[in-house]
Design a protein around this ligand. Structure first.
Ligand code: FAD
Length: 277
């Protein structure tokens, strides 16, 4: 069972709890991006099991009127075991999602997976455009990737990048990453017709997106993580579509630690909860 302290960031262990969370978000005007926690599988059985779970989940979403979609990780679908398995499992999910019209996002993992992820996205999005892929501003290749994606249907989620990448292929330091993020965002608003997703909690980035929207008219949405700036998510939803990334599942522990470690306030919150104060 997930302890109360982790429930700020993780909806629950079962798909039912994630769907219930999505219902509550929808009541507040916020959409849900459901992510079954799991990554870096070295055993095919794990990748196949999560693929089955996603197929069931998109069926469950399709049977409701929820504003909800899914986001999958390539290494969760077996990329560490080979590109073929990843593509096979992704195809199963996309085919099932197409039956119900559920949107499918693909998360972006570290730089060793970028080509395989973009190739797989390109392989599906022409026939099923209700898809999106994440790209990371901290990678030097990203402007080229955005140019490639501009010729395709589907959406792009622009994030700053969560992985510590080698310095020859990535930008380092908050200021530099913020600067290249803004450049990439401006390019995306100028170029993408199908819309841009802002995967960020940064108020500066979010207000810059609003300015770019006024200038270019490109549709956009803001995506934030469960448990982070939740009040802002609900406030923003009055002006722009907001989607909350909602992790769930029994592999919650490492995700929870990552969230706690990334911010001083979260460490204090966790310490207080453990000490009962
Ligand atoms: C929906 C979503 C999906 C993502 N998907 C991916 C992915 O597929 N691949 C990937 O590499 N990365 C992904 N990321 C992570 C992303 O790359 C960043 O590491 C992460 O979002 C931190 O950058 P930031 O822009 O949110 O803000 P930061 O640069 O960390 O912070 C900027 C400002 O935002 C505000 N802020 C940030 N965090 C908080 C907080 N916890 N509480 C209050 N205010 C805060 C503060 O004002 C802060 O000064 C995703 C992020 C989101 C939100």
């Amino acid at each position: 069972m997930i302890p109360p302290i982790a429930r700020q960031f993780v909806a629950g262990e079962s798909a039912a709890t994630a769907l219930e969370h999505a219902r509550q978000l929808n009541d507040d005007g916020v959409g849900a991006i459901l992510n079954l926690l799991g990554e870096h599988y070295d055993d095919r059985a794990d990748a196949d099991a999560d693929t089955d779970a996603y197929c069931t989940l998109v069926g469950d979403i399709g049977a409701t009127d929820l504003d909800a979609c899914i986001s999958v990780k390539p290494s969760q679908l077996g990329l560490n075991l080979g590109e073929e398995l990843f593509r096979e499992n992704l195809a199963r999910i996309v085919d099932t999602a197409a039956e119900t019209g559920t949107f499918v996002w693909i998360d972006m993992e570290d730089h060793t997976t970028t080509d395989a992820t973009l190739d797989a996205f390109e392989g599906h999005v022409e026939s099923y455009p209700s898809m999106g892929v994440c790209v990371q501003a901290n990678l030097k290749r990203t402007m080229d990737d955005l140019e490639r994606l501009a010729d395709l249907p589907g959406k792009v989620r622009l994030v700053k990048g969560a992985y510590d990448e080698p310095s020859d292929i990535s930008y380092k330091g908050h200021d530099r990453v913020n600067e290249v993020y803004r450049d990439a965002l401006a390019f995306a608003f100028e170029t993408f017709d199908d819309g841009v997703a802002i995967g960020s909690h940064d108020p500066d980035v979010i207000s810059y997106a609003a300015t770019l929207h006024e200038e270019y008219g490109t549709p956009y949405e803001v995506q934030m993580l469960m448990g982070v700036r939740e009040d802002a998510q609900r406030e923003l939803a009055a002006d722009v579509p907001v989607y909350q990334y909602v992790p769930y599942g029994d592999r919650w522990l490492s995700y929870f630690y990552r969230r706690v470690r990334e911010r001083k306030e979260n460490v204090l919150f966790a310490a207080r909860a453990i000490l009962g104060r």
